[in-house]
Design a protein around this ligand. Sequence first.
Ligand code: C2O
Ligand code: CU
Ligand code: CU
Length: 564
Amino acid sequence: MKNRLLFLLFIIIGSKTYSQNALFVPDTLSGTNFVLTMHEDSVPFFPGKYSHTYAFNNNKYLGPTLFFQQGTNVNILVHNQISDTTTVHWHGIHVPAIWDGGPYSEILPGDSWNPQFTVMDHAAMYWYHPHPDMKTAEQAIKGAAGLIIVRDPIEAALALPRTYGVDDIPLVVQSQQYDSLNQAMPRGMQDSTILVNGTMNPFVNVPAQIVRLRLLNASGERTFNFGFTANMQFYQIGSDGGLLDVPYATDRVRLGPGERAEVLVDLNNRAGQTFYLMSYASELAMGIQGGPTMPMPPGYPNMDSPLNGIDFNILQFNVGAPNTQPILTIPNVLTANTPLDPASANITRTIRFTADSAMVMDGPFYFNDSTFNMERFDYQIPLNNIEMWKLVNETMVAHPFHIHDVQFYLLDRNGVTPTDGERGRKDVVLIPPGDSVTFITQFTDFADSLMPYMYHCHILMHEDDGMMGQFVVIPTSVGVNEISSKNTNVKAYPNPATDNISISIPTSIQNYQLSVKNIVGQTIYSVNANHEKQEINTSSWPRGMYFVEVLNNDFRQSEKIVLQ
Ligand code: C2O
Ligand code: CU
Ligand code: CU
């Protein structure tokens, strides 16, 4: 009772000092059939002033949290009810490229998309967000994002908190800049508004027991150096794509855009207390967005935010009485990750992060000096290849590198073994300026030589500006060197086309098979031929994207074509 009174007192005092808002916790959907409707909405983030938002289903900002059970087949119907073309990407989830929701999987306004896949992922928190070519920032920062929580038997067997919204709380942390009309700015580098689950100045009531927090940095560019008031110790139990082997006792977890961490806080005997989730941004190195602002000569973009380089509060926790059947202890062992052996790697690829000059602060940035080109597959990766990717940041700002399709294990940062918090399964890694990291991964399960997966910087404006590449995972039965999308011998035109497409084939290519596949990989047209030119009447075909493929024993090439 005394605790309750104290707690009430805190609420009253709290509400007098700040105008605080109860943390919004997104609703949930579970089972195997999901419907997501992206729509336009508005939210008065600033009293009486509305900001345009995108959201899913009944929400005005963000979308429902999807619960996936490992091993089930899920069927998701995505409706696009915004007035712009979009895509929905399942960030961190291992799915066939056609269901990955990258820039190829466009959903036109009013249209729907119906990915179906088997959940193969480990228990962890993933997320979904739009990924249209050059418009990811604009759409994602309006709120079109949601969480996915995967459950699996290993996690289910552990005595961990898992009452959603009570002792297992998802926290989508975003830093935004709003313009003078209160609209979110996709390129806002003076971001100073922090939202947690879309709530400004949030507080949440938690029971005095072990509480699990699932953190996602869904910001466009800011990195958070998360910790709690007075350097409270906590236990990191998971990273982007799975549990760590054992809880990692620490007082900080640094998350760049796109990264997730699961942590346990021990609130036993703390009823009546108040503390904050914070960012200890004063400890971030200059060059990491969110650390101290880099002094720049006049004429350079203003990147100064009042949050840069200082320690600040993000979310207030008010600890109440424990609830019934509380989790009171932290397990000693969580899972057994089996990182791949570097000696087993088939190849090491080096990707340098580059810019036009050493002074570039705001982009564009590149991988190996080239900008994203939808017509170019940067890598053809044989199915089941084990690869080490060495990422070298030659620019003066930090970049969170993200790869689709796979989870990876970090091998080193600048030659040094990473901390235990970074030794679990990951799909984003933050690379500060001048640093290099190496990860190892294997490209299992899904081969599709036509539909690529993306890798990119998860600073959304860097991604939209071309800091992105793409790879196809190719079946091992096809000779790797025969496939090259850089090879433009075969031409399909006009592109976009309407009622007819013409395909010209060099005379050197004899006895080929010409086929056309639709976006989901079904062959809808196929002919064996030996001519230099083919005409296909497409007037009755649904409008959208197609792949024209020319194949014989020693040649294979595909061209993407759009019917309008
Ligand atoms: Cu979170 Cu390619 O994306
Ligand atoms: Cu992704
Ligand atoms: Cu970047």
